[in-house]
Design a protein. Structure first.
Length: 232
């Protein structure tokens, strides 16, 4: 498994992205907001391929939060349709490259058809070993921890920190080394709070759809120049 084994390296083993700026990227170009989301899905695939090729074992993407349901109904419907279409194509290409896909977040608000698709994707790629792509959908950090607490209570006995993680969506994943938020915002927006405990923070001043390989190289170079102390 690629998940809990922590390595001392200047290459981050787990990078998490808060993929911000899709709508603003499109609006600044006089395009419909959906164009930003469409291109943003391509950036997910290209960036994951780049980072895994450069030694990152896990790349996580915050794509739809528990609060995003409050957006206009037509926008939410478009995002659901886009997600379903792109994931079907994405999983085939990832599987060919021996990459595992894990989907975290609530599933009770998705249709049974989409939940079945999630389960099929995870099953199809479960034995792949080159790297892991984590897709956060209907995800909130508070919500994940709360669901983990309730599951631990139902378990009926005190748990250690490691045991508690087993009740969380992200429990098996490595701690996040580097979290990157794109666009011009500087906040973590309730993303993977448990795994972010000692993560390096990077606020990258470009909109998500505008990223390319040069940006990814800059991100890795910036991380390599940082000294992590973990409270020591």
């Amino acid at each position: 498994m690629l998940f809990k084994k922590k390595q001392e390296t200047k290459t981050p083993q787990h990078i998490a992205f808060i993929c911000d700026g899709n709508r603003r990227w499109a609006l600044k170009r006089g395009m419909p907001t959906v164009a930003g989301y469409k291109l943003g899905t391509k950036v997910v695939e290209k960036s994951a391929e780049f980072f895994i090729k450069h030694g990152v074992s896990t790349v996580s993407y915050f794509l739809f939060s528990t609060e995003n349901w409050l957006r206009p109904a037509d926008e939410v419907k478009y995002l659901m349709d886009l997600m379903a279409a792109e994931l079907q194509l994405f999983v085939d290409r990832a599987h060919e490259k021996n990459i595992r896909i894990k989907i975290i977040g609530r599933r009770d608000r998705f249709s049974s058809k989409i939940v079945k698709m999630f389960e099929g994707i995870e099953k199809k790629t479960s034995e792949n070993t080159v790297g892991t792509i984590v897709i956060a959908l209907d995800y909130g950090g508070h919500d994940e921890i709360l669901r983990g607490v309730n599951a631990a209570i139902e378990n009926g006995k005190p748990v250690s920190m490691e045991e508690f993680e087993s009740f969380m969506d992200s429990g098996e994943l490595l701690p996040i080394d580097l979290v990157i938020r794109t666009s011009e915002e500087e906040r973590i927006s309730n993303f993977m709070l448990w795994k972010l405990a000692y993560a390096e923070l990077m606020f990258y001043p470009k909109f998500w759809p505008a990223l390319n390989n040069k940006d990814y190289e800059k991100m890795l170079n910036e991380y390599s120049n940082r000294k992590r102390r973990f409270g020591k």
